[in-house]
Design a protein around this ligand. Structure first.
Ligand code: LRH
Ligand code: MN
Ligand code: MN
Length: 399
């Protein structure tokens, strides 16, 4: 192999692949969120799932990047007198978006003190399984493909329960949840290192999640939440391995300085986001055919919510644009030549490229505002909904 990097094979714009890329927004990002110390309330916050979907639709309207909204059940339950989930799906369509993943909730019921799907008592496990049947009904009504399961189960003290018995019960419960799926539906299994359990989590890492997925079947895939790892974990390595195993189903993107901070993606460590997206591009997983769902899982505690989501999707777009600019032939040539620093230079050249003007040009060419955040501020949307959304209770994380 030559020591000269070969010329790129195509003369086309590498950013054209952004046309097919999309990001899914979490309904809960639009409600009031906080820490265990205080939930600050913001004006104009949605009072129900319809208003959350409308806010999410603003992000799509201004960026063209976010056509789906994930729901969390029971936070986003729609009462029959509001037309049920058929009405919510119709509302989403009118707003130009659709319903994405349906998240189950196994962490806010008194019965789940010792766990849910891995609970020692069959009655509690059955209740947690039945909750997933309810979620699958919501999927059918809304046209959602993905059932997303994050398991908060675990133990706080060594000896509190048998680690092995918990896994066996979990495997059995997961099989029952999996059996609820229609063909074409997917079960997304999310892992988390710690919290709310502090000694052992029953699905603490990608290996455990993947092991369960492999036992369940092709419709089970892993969710990687970027905030759910130990500090210094090489997340892009995990991304590469899950793609290699064809079991990376989705991301929950966010960023963190310490633990599961749920801050805006790309805010704490944009270079990590770029490295993750480089592994994605290496395996063409940014293309819709890969079926990787790029979701956000964030809470906006002190920042405005719609603007927080706008900033987040633009951060992901920017990271992906830079990853698409990596000169792949040059990188491969450097690998083959064993050129350590040359290879690193190729990657860093792409990361250091300022793509903001190119992305604004692309938006303009597609009839979108060059600066979606400025367009949102100028639209008066927040003032309008703040005036309209009086009465009722503002949604908050967990309600
Ligand atoms: C758990 C988690 C999971 C939940 C969400 C609200 O920490 O990341 O995805 O569904 O937060
Ligand atoms: Mn998550
Ligand atoms: Mn989390």
């Amino acid at each position: 192999m030559t020591d000269q990097p070969s010329a790129p094979v195509t003369g086309g714009d590498p950013l054209a692949e952004l046309d097919e890329f999309s990001i899914e927004l979490p309904s809960w990002a639009f409600g009031n969120a906080g820490t265990r110390f205080k939930v600050f309330s913001s004006p104009g916050v949605p009072r129900d799932p319809f208003e959350k979907v409308s806010d999410a639709a603003q992000v799509h309207r201004l960026t063209g990047l976010a056509p789906r909204v994930s729901l969390h059940i029971p936070w986003d339950l729609v009462p029959d007198e509001r037309g049920g989930f058929d009405a919510l799906a119709a509302h989403a369509r009118e707003e130009g978006v659709s319903i994405g993943a349906i998240n189950s909730n196994l962490f806010q019921d008194d019965d789940y003190r010792l766990g849910s799907l891995a609970h020692p008592e069959e009655r509690v496990r059955d209740k947690a399984i039945a909750h997933h049947a309810q979620c699958v009904d919501v999927m059918r009504a809304t046209g959602s493909r993905d059932l997303k399961l994050w398991l908060p189960d675990g133990t706080n003290y060594p000896g509190q329960d048998s680690l092995r018995a918990r896994q066996d019960r979990l495997a059995d419960s997961l099989q029952q949840v999996y059996a609820l799926l229609d063909p074409g539906m997917r079960l997304l299994i999310e892992y988390k290192l710690f919290e709310p359990s502090f000694y052992s989590m029953d699905i603490p890492d990608w290996g455990t999640s993947l092991t369960h997925c492999l036992a369940l079947g092709d419709q089970a895939v892993v969710v990687l939440d970027t905030g759910h790892h130990a500090p210094s974990t090489n997340i892009e390595f995990i991304v590469m391995m899950l793609l290699r195993a064809k079991r990376l189903g989705a991301f929950d993107f966010n960023s963190r300085f310490y633990a599961d901070d749920d801050l805006m993606v790309g805010a704490a460590d944009p270079f990590q986001l770029f490295r993750i997206l480089h592994e994605i591009v290496e395996q063409d997983a940014h293309l819709p055919s890969s079926e990787v769902s790029f979701m956000l899982d964030q809470c906006h505690n002190i920042e405005p919510k719609v603007r927080g989501q706008l900033r987040s999707v633009l951060n992901v777009e920017e990271g992906l644009a830079k990853a698409l600019l990596v000169d792949e032939p040059a990188l491969r040539a450097a690998h083959e030549a064993g050129d350590v620093l040359g290879a690193n230079d190729v990657l860093m050249d792409a990361y250091r490229t300022d793509v903001r003007e190119r992305l604004a040009d692309r938006r303009e060419a597609r009839g979108l505002p060059r600066d979606p955040v400025a367009a949102f501020t100028a639209s008066g949307y927040l003032e309008r909904v703040s005036a309209e959304r009086v009465g009722g209770t503002q949604a908050s994380w967990g309600a």
